[in-house]
Structure formats: structure tokens, C-alpha cells
Design a protein around this ligand. Structure first.
Ligand SMILES: *Cc1c(COP(=O)(O)O)cnc(C)c1O
Length: 377
């Protein structure tokens, strides 16, 4: 791993630790209408499609902003004003899609399960059978709130069997959890530069079924979030409609080159899975418990229950771990007092072991003898 020496390691779901090469790629200025930049942009769009084996069926539409911008843009471009969505919710990002639909005044129903529980697939099947007005199903691949891996393939086949359109927020999974358009029928998948592809924050992208996007002119209520317009204009002159985040794009190009050199999705998944295994095993040795059983855990971010030991105070622990060089991710779950530790970013097994050593020493200094949570009542 080629890290920047004095930076804290980010054990977060993004923005996350990036390689030195990725950061170094930003040390230039580019004209947004220059041929070299245009070629970089075109290359990124091709490669993002290849990652999902979607080049024959889908198009890649990038958008300025954080991941939420492209989720909002995709929902508002693809769901027509007269459409109706069913949203599968088991965390904050599913809820955020509902909020987007509220703002955009798109009709929707919610099928919610607890943060540690995958969606009820039989209930989804029944809901789609019962309500022919539902045009779209919205799902989150890895719900970053808890780190749960939702069964996207099964969801996709149920949605396809009912002839509805599936839109996937795969923000925290894309590039690390396999998702192939040849095997999983979806109309759109949304992700961003600063998660498992290890770029810097500033842009999102949607891979959208071409035949679907072609029919979406005029759906969006917002000019800057209109992905149909963004696509048509980028196809016409290879340029972004409005100022592109040039440095972010060039860093993303460098990050994708490193992703390919590492071995693509299988290699990225293997490194993160190993990071996750080391982290979970090490924390369990200290007595901590994970919120999720291993079978539901995506190798992206892990939720640990707060220790019941009276000497444990999360804010104090967080501050000391930060001073030790690692940034944790406070949790906002409703099911249990908890905190989160990410296992993605430009980090490997040695970084995870060093983080565990740091946390072990800090717990010792704090006088915490056991990380076990309070017994369930
Ligand atoms: C990170 C993330 C987003 C986007 O969040 P931003 O803060 O807007 O980048 C959306 N969905 C999921 C599942 C995420 O993990």
C-alpha cells in the first residue's frame, strides 16, 4: 500500500484512504474541453460499464456531487411523475431514497425491515402482485448503516418476474461486491468515486439501461439533476454540461487503473474480505460483538455493539484512536448502541492488524477489560 505517511487511516465508508498515486494524479490543471481530458472522461465511462459487464446494455452517466446527488438524479430522471415506487428500507440510505421521492413528489410505498434484517422477499413478491400501479422498485445493495448485504440478485429476479424496473443504490458495494448486468437484471445502478473504487469524493455515476433512458426525456424536475439531458449532451460533444470536477475525474482514472492492476472486482473483494475477517476476529477477541451474523455481513463496514464495561466511553475511545492514527465511524443505529469500523479503502491486512493493536492498547489504558455489550434484556 502506498500511503501518505502522516495521514490518519480512515476506517470509514468514504471518503476513505486513497493511495499516494491517486492523490498525486491531482497535481495538475486540465481544460475541461481539451482532448486529453475528454479522452480520460470517455475511458472512465467505458471502464465503469465493464466493471458491471454492462457495456452492451447500459450507458454510464456521471454527475458532479456526492453520491446522494446521483441517487436523486437517477430517481427523478427514471421515475416519471405518474410512476410509483416501492422502496425496500433497512437503514438510512433506503430512508434517504424515500425522502428524495417526497421532495420530488413521486408516489411511493415503503417495505421496511429492521437494520439487522434483510427485506422479506415473499412480501415483495406479494406487494408487486397486489399493486399493478407500482412501476419501480428501489433497493440498496450494501446498506452502509449496518453493513448488511441485501440479497440483490433475488430481489432483481422477483422484480423482473413482475415486469417492473429495478434501481439499485450500490454506492458502498460497487467494485467490491460482484454485480453483473448479465446475471442481475437492473435498469440502473448508482455509485460514486469515493467508495470501493478508492477515488476521491466529488462525483457519482449511474449505469442506466439504454433503452430505458432513451424514454426519459422530460421526467426530471431539475435541470442540474437531469441525467437524460446530461447523457444526451455528453454523447453529442463528449463534454460535461457544466463545470466537471476535473481533478476528481483524473484521480478516479488513476484509481480505476490501480483497481484493474490489482485484479478488478475479485481482487478488491478478496482484500476487503480479508480486512473484514481480521477486524472481526480481532474485535471478538477483545470481547466485542458484531451487530450482524457473519452470513449477513458485507466486507465493507462492520457494526460493533458498544461495550457495557463502565470504563468504556465511545467518544473518549474515538478521540484516542484518532490520536493513534485511525478514524472510526460513529453509528446512528436504532436497533442497538453501536459504532462502526470500515474495512474498505487503500488499506490491507497489516493496516487492520496495526489498527487492532492500537485499539487494544487504548482499551487497556482506559481500563476496559472486556468489550462485550450489555446482555439483551
Ligand atoms: C455513501 C452512500 C451514499 C451516498 O452518500 P453521500 O454522502 O451523498 O456520498 C448513498 N448510499 C449508500 C448506500 C452509501 O453508502
Amino acid at each position: 500500500m502506498t500511503l501518505t505517511p502522516d495521514d490518519a487511516r480512515l476506517l470509514t465508508p468514504g471518503p476513505l484512504t486513497t493511495s499516494h498515486e491517486t492523490k498525486a494524479a491531482m497535481l495538475h490543471d486540465w481544460g475541461s474541453r481539451d482532448a486529453a481530458f475528454i479522452e480520460t472522461n470517455a475511458r472512465i465511462r467505458r471502464e465503469l460499464l465493464d466493471i458491471a459487464q454492462a457495456a452492451d446494455t447500459h450507458v454510464c452517466v456521471p454527475l458532479q456531487g456526492s453520491g446522494t446527488f446521483v441517487v436523486e438524479a437517477a430517481l427523478c430522471t427514471l421515475i416519471p411523475p405518474a410512476g410509483k415506487a416501492l422502496v425496500l428500507v433497512n437503514g438510512a440510505y433506503g430512508k434517504r431514497m424515500c425522502k428524495i421521492l417526497d421532495y420530488a413528489r413521486r408516489a411511493h410505498v415503503v417495505q421496511e425491515s429492521a437494520e439487522d434484517t434483510p427485506p422479506d422477499l415473499a412480501a415483495l413478491d406479494r406487494a408487486l402482485a397486489a399493486d399493478p400501479a407500482i412501476t419501480h422498485v428501489l433497493a440498496v445493495h450494501c446498506e452502509t448503516t449496518s453493513g448488511i448485504l441485501n440479497p440483490i440478485e433475488k430481489i432483481a429476479h422477483i422484480v423482473a418476474a413482475h415486469g417492473r424496473s429495478l434501481l439499485i443504490d450500490a454506492m458502498s458495494a460497487f467494485g467490491a461486491i460482484p454485480l453483473s448486468a448479465r446475471e442481475v437484471p437492473f435498469d440502473a445502478v448508482m455509485a460514486s468515486s469515493n467508495k470501493c473504487l478508492e477515488g476521491v469524493p466529488g462525483m457519482g455515476f449511474a449505469l442506466i439501461r439504454r433503452s430505458v433512458l432513451e424514454g426519459c426525456a422530460g421526467n426530471a424536475h431539475s435541470l442540474s439533476l437531469d441525467l437524460h439531458d446530461q447523457w444526451v449532451s455528453m454523447e453529442a460533444n463528449a463534454q460535461w454540461r457544466f463545470t466537471p470536477p476535473t481533478h476528481v475525474i483524473v484521480a478516479f482514472d488513476a484509481a480505476i487503473a490501480q483497481f484493474k492492476a490489482e485484479g478488478g472486482v475479485p481482487a478488491r473483494h478478496a482484500r476487503y474480505a480479508r480486512n473484514c475477517r481480521i477486524l472481526v476476529d480481532g474485535m471478538r477477541e477483545m470481547g466485542f460483538e458484531t451487530l450482524l451474523p457473519d452470513a449477513l455481513q458485507a466486507p465493507i463496514i462492520v457494526t460493533f455493539k458498544e461495550a457495557a464495561d463502565p470504563a468504556f466511553d465511545f467518544q473518549d475511545f474515538y478521540n484516542r484512536v484518532k490520536d493513534g492514527g485511525y478514524v472510526l465511524y460513529p453509528g446512528k443505529l436504532t436497533v442497538a448502541p453501536s459504532f462502526r469500523i470500515g474495512c474498505i479503502g487503500h488499506l490491507g491486512a497489516d493496516d487492520m492488524r496495526a489498527a487492532l493493536d492500537t485499539m487494544r492498547a487504548i482499551l487497556h489504558d482506559m481500563g476496559v477489560t472486556n468489550g462485550a455489550p450489555a446482555k439483551a434484556a
